[in-house]
Design a protein. Structure first.
Lengths: 226, 226, 226, 226
């Protein structure tokens, strides 16, 4: 693995107040994009870096998107449910998410930073936001507690009473996605119209992609899509 | 449209306490499945009903799934967010869901029927469940109210403070899906391991499918998958 | 069905020398795109045509592609195998193609028109092209004939000896595809870089789409993609 | 990478008379399937091998297919066009194939072994099969030659006159696919009803999968699908 790629692995990158994103695993690189494109034309990926680079730019410009699909990433993501809801609308990808049918939810809620809120929202408003979330979570825990003597019913109690808990609660999931589909995610979720919270994740992803496939990143940025 | 199909259209079918599912639109029928299969073999769909029926059973038995994809449905669905979260993990389909970034959420929450809950859950527990949900919704409405004088910020306030609202709140979406993908949904979501609430929707769907493509339904039931 | 839509159904549209494309079936219309978009914002599709039209243009401009997926088409296509090979690389769609494992192939070959060939290609070259294709087909038929007394082996002989037949032979298939995926096909296959033969099909499709979803067509043309 | 995995990489595995399949790249392993499943339940993949193994068997038995999607493979495939045509009907995968629009096709044809043919097919039949293919290829080369002085038209001549060449000609492509989609390929293409030629590729793939994800392989074999 090139040094530039190694930098992108390792510790999770923090996002929002308690979230994270981490590149766990990866298949392919700029070189594999070139190799996949070359199979079409029958010429070999040369030692000539300029020409390889040109080829990736050519692919992006002329919408030959399939070579970018041979680069695949696996990420670990920790984000609020309302962010995960937007995320999972991206269908060309694989997801495994923490299930509130099997796990008891912890009281880990997204609390927006003052800078991410309009001026007229006061500290007291934010404190009340937290109390409302915690109040619901405490009721949920009481129901979980009440089910303790009934092992057969615990799962049912978990799956029904999680319904009171706000979508500001953090969830976590594994996400496998190829570079082409990921690029579509970045285009839509780094755009100004995207919600602030998911934009923070998209920006962190954008930085990671730049590190691990620098030429493809530059080409896709210039032409806007794969 | 055959009479049997017409019966499946029309008014929404109620599901759970405030939910619904409605078949809005449809392309194809048992006949189109047969025609698609016949293009492979070059023989025409005969007047001989028995042989057409046999062909659909043959397709299901031998896992020739593609002819079932030419039947496509569009549904309107109204369900709790926690149900929608499970639903939208089915990726071979199209979704358009009500957005809490653009719309103010109404206090319409799923309240489970006593029969859907363990015996040790009391009426007081259910009343408290409702109070917790309404309490969060009232706080949310206060924040919405507070944003009224700030038209530029209303959207931001909506999208952040919906985070306190539990996933028991009802959402609604349009769902377009082909029969093969729908069958996969039915297999997984009518199974005993599926959550009670989504099973009620899957059961209602199962009934609709039986009405509109009766032969395909019978064949897929017998062989278990498309 | 509006009158404009009816015109697009009916007889197959001829393409190339012996090919065709036919709209067999359809779900949705411009109105369904609007309805799907309105479910997000909660406002109803108005009687105000201008505003509905504006909404579709807004969707195309801001890359809200999912409402376009609720319009679904089923086509019958007759084209040379080399065109079908390019066509079926479009993965978000359903295909059922004539199988040379089950059917004996007829000697129906694409013969390019003079105007579709460089000047230095002579009539004799085209005649030779046809003779080469027919020669191979005759050998194929001799092998089919040889297998007649061996019912158990006919299928094996068909599937092996079709290997001599050129990809200029016509095949046929059913194709179901939603408007968003179809638009991607049109963008790529009407482009000047696409092969002449598939461009003729893409152009015929483009005309059909314009008739059946005129507002969506105009909006997607303006902004280039769904 | 475990030793067992290394064995599956390396030289291409020969298939048919001139074909091959080669595992070029891979993401994930049995361990990643377990980790993806554990994120749902919140328990860690233990040192206890038996329990990890049990978990994979549980996933396969209960149709929890998504954890298998986090294992992704990239293969190089060299096969006759008629095999590639069947292969590329598998849509949940990425393909980059040699293009006869950009490359001049070489006279490399699949010639079936006697053992793969019925007894009544003679050596002379096979010789004639080869002559027919070569005859078409020679005509194709003459047209390529004729286009030499016309650089602007070479591509057009290549793309039209390849139409005479039989689908027994070898092509090559890169194929990226996740384990779940690959398993569906194996189920359908190792089945007795699949054509002999693609079965040879499926069998070679089956062996590779067994080496690189041995536990998942065993579990999927037992329960039949992912």
């Amino acid at each position: 693995m090139p040094e530039s790629q190694q930098a992108a692995f390792g510790d999770p990158v923090p996002v929002l107040d308690k979230g994270a994103i981490q590149l766990l695993n990866m298949m392919g690189s700029d070189q594999e994009i070139i190799a996949a494109a070359r199979v079409s034309t029958g010429t070999r990926a040369g030692a000539d870096l300029q020409r390889d680079r040109d080829l990736i730019f050519f692919l992006a410009e002329h919408r030959h998107g399939t070579p970018f699909e041979h680069v695949v990433f696996q990420f670990y993501v920790r984000c609020p449910i309302f962010v995960a809801r937007q995320w999972m609308r991206h269908r060309i990808a694989s997801y495994n998410e923490a299930s509130a049918r099997y796990r008891v939810l912890k009281d880990e809620f997204y609390v927006p930073d003052r800078s991410a809120l309009p001026d007229f929202i006061t500290d007291e408003d934010i404190a009340e936001y937290q109390r409302v979330l915690e109040h619901a979570h405490q009721f949920y825990l009481r129901m979980i507690e009440k089910a303790k003597p009934h092992p057969q019913q615990r799962s049912r109690v978990r799956e029904v009473f999680r319904g009171v808990i706000g979508t500001a609660i953090y969830t976590e999931f594994y996400w496998s996605v190829n570079l082409r589909s990921l690029w579509n995610f970045l285009e839509l979720r780094t755009a100004p119209g995207a919600q602030y919270e998911i934009r923070q994740y998209a920006q962190a992803l954008d930085n990671m992609v730049q590190q691990v496939v620098p030429i493809a990143y530059e080409a896709l940025k210039r032409f806007g899509r794969a």
